[in-house]
Design a protein around this ligand. Structure first.
Ligand SMILES: Cc1ncc(C[n+]2csc(CCOP(=O)(O)OP(=O)(O)O)c2C)c(N)n1
Ligand SMILES: [Mg+2]
Length: 571
């Protein structure tokens, strides 16, 4: 017996997919049968990771793809399961994650005309007008498999599109009759479906950017996600050291540049004031950034020469977007930076005296800033744990650990970046989007993909709940992929409260002191995880915190997930 479903699974295996993050339904009998046949005969297919909630499934695929750099796959139930992917589709799109999402579709025959024909009441209810339209605004490609005879070509084509830069999710659907179709086995040459080769800068653009940076008084790089490709980071370090360029990380959630490097010019998130580093710069290379600054409060000087490099430099997927650049260039950051480095060297553009002076000045400022930050790493006078102190405790905990840190800390993003001070490329990841709840599932996928690393999630209490911990923690337990979760627990959503205060500082909500954002009475957050098999405690004593974290890490090393909720001052 060989059906379209066997061919589909074989195509995923051929595409390098290791895991199928799955949430099954009445649309999948043919796939479930094919999986059982593969298990019985020892045929290699992706390992099914059963996820009781779809957003967890797609977030897990997201986390796994971030670690491996390979595309992963998710299988969900028709249009209902597609809806439950929720914001994870947005995150995969904005985070440029190569992932194939496969959903069934309602059978298209009603009277038993074909195997798989309708025989359950939901087959009528789930027959909606435009299932692919649910995700069309987010995926790079969507299509319906119409016959098993070319399902392999379709899977490879979808994967080729997903993996080509800018990478992103793709969506395929197939009705039950199609997935039941008996087939003669056939092969498709996967090598003929490689991603589009990395894009380089045109020669004259390389020369223009190199000359501008070398001739600047105050050159600056602004980046948000260059470090999604860890190999790009040493290239950027080389360029910056060569010319004495400082690096400002804007809305950055990856290690784009080592935080302890003297040329690191700090982090900016929801700035409420002008950043002097940005104002001072006369030549700015914006490379790999969706939001290099928020112009209403913080922008470069009018005369600054701005160059914008990204594989997707105009971002047509955002309705409104603009940076006043002299030149926009589509290129892979790693390739482009390497080209600029070579041009500077080949043409002797670096002036050693100038570069030395710039680096000395930068080092002075950097040391001062580091000292100021260190001075904030203590509990508050009233004994409350601060986000600075908590993050410093986490940094010390992980000092000698091969750790992969997932961050989803919203209003504490700047504090976490400044006090975690990550230096190792690839050691910190984030979804790259705006839909909260990624870390719960992503930790599972990351640990599956990097079993030798210690996976640590730093999350807001809101993000923790958005991540459906009951589901995510069960998956972690079921598949033996433990992680440490540290909750920055301010008992509510600080972000919408701050948003309201920024727009209406003296408004009715401020007067009432009620923003609808408090989680009082408190939820037993670790209790949710305990119910699914994890270890979990809440801590509010700053003295106990380091030992509680150490104990939790030991539990994770022993194979069981741990969730530590840390009480910060309440929202
Ligand atoms: C899926 C989703 N729902 C709602 C929001 C809107 N939102 C942005 S930040 C935030 C609060 C996050 O709370 P928490 O994780 O506790 O972080 P805090 O704001 O307290 O720092 C909310 C509700 C969102 N971004 N994504
Ligand atoms: Mg919160």
């Amino acid at each position: 017996m060989h059906t379209a479903s066997d061919a589909f699974l074989d195509a995923l295996t051929a595409a390098g997919v290791s895991y199928l993050f799955a949430n099954f339904g009445s649309d999948h009998p043919a796939v479930i049968e094919a999986l059982a046949r593969a298990a019985a005969t020892g045929r290699r297919v992706p390992q099914v990771i059963t996820c009781p909630f779809e957003m967890v499934a797609l977030s897990a695929a997201h986390g796994a793809a971030q670690v491996t750099g390979r595309a992963e796959a998710v299988l969900v139930h028709v249009e209902c399961g597609t809806q439950s992917l929720a914001g994870a589709v947005h995150n995969a799109a904005r985070g440029r994650i190569p992932v194939l999402i496969f959903a069934g579709a309602s059978p298209f025959t009603q009277h038993g005309e074909l195997p798989g024909s309708r025989n359950e009441f939901i087959h009528w209810l789930q027959d909606i007008r435009d299932q692919r339209g649910i995700v069309r605004g987010y995926v790079k490609y969507d299509n319906e498999v119409r016959t098993g005879r070319n399902v392999k070509q379709l899977v490879q084509r979808a994967m080729q599109i997903a993996r080509s830069e800018p990478a992103g999710p793709v969506y395929l659907i197939a009705a039950r009759e199609v997935m039941e179709e008996p087939l003669q086995p056939y092969t498709v040459d996967r090598a003929a479906f490689g991603p589009v080769a990395p894009v380089a800068l045109a020669g004259e653009v390389t020369a223009e950017i190199a000359a501008a940076l070398a001739g600047a008084q105050h050159p600056l790089v602004v980046t948000s996600y260059l470090g999604r490709d860890p190999a790009a980071v040493p290239e950027l370090v080389e360029l910056c050291e060569l010319l004495g360029i400082r690096v400002l990380e804007s809305m950055a959630y990856h290690v784009n540049f080592p935080a302890d490097h003297e040329l690191h010019a700090g982090f900016q998130y929801h700035t409420v004031a002008q950043n002097p580093v940005l104002a001072q710069a006369d030549v700015i290379l914006v490379i790999d950034s969706d939001v290099p600054w928020i112009g209403s409060v913080n922008r470069p000087s009018a005369g600054a020469a701005i160059y914008c490099v990204d594989v997707d430099p105009l971002k047509p997927s955002m309705n409104m977007w603009h940076v006043p650049a002299r030149r926009f260039a589509a290129a892979s950051a790693r390739v482009a930076v390497g080209q600029i480095v070579r041009f500077v060297r080949d043409h002797n553009l670096a002036d050693p005296a100038l570069v030395g002076a710039r680096r000395a000045a930068a080092a002075h400022v950097h040391q001062q800033e580091q000292a100021e930050r260190a001075g904030r790493e203590h509990p508050r006078d009233d004994g409350a744990i601060t986000a600075e102190y908590l993050t410093a405790c986490v940094r010390r905990l992980l000092e000698d650990e091969d750790a992969l840190v997932l961050t989803e800390v919203v209003t504490n993003s700047k504090i976490v970046a400044e006090h975690l001070r990550p230096n190792r490329p690839g050691s910190v990841i984030h979804h790259g989007g705006a839909a909260l709840g990624w870390a719960g599932g992503a930790a599972v996928g990351a640990k599956l993909a990097a079993p030798g690393q210690t996976v640590v999630s730093l999350v807001g209490d809101g993000c923790y709940l958005f991540g459906v911990p009951s589901s995510a923690q069960w998956v972690a337990r079921r598949y033996g992929v433990p992680a440490l979760t540290v909750i920055y627990d301010n008992r509510g959503w600080a972000a919408p409260k701050f948003s309201t205060l920024q727009v209406h500082p003296d408004g009715a909500a401020a007067a009432a002191g009620d923003f609808g954002t408090s989680f009082e009475p408190e939820v037993d957050l670790p209790g949710v995880a305990r119910a699914a098999g994890a270890y979990g405690v809440t801590v509010s004593d700053p003295g106990e915190l380091p030992q509680v974290l150490k104990d939790a890490l030991a539990i994770v090393r022993g194979g069981r997930s741990a969730v530590i909720s840390v009480h910060l001052p309440a929202v």
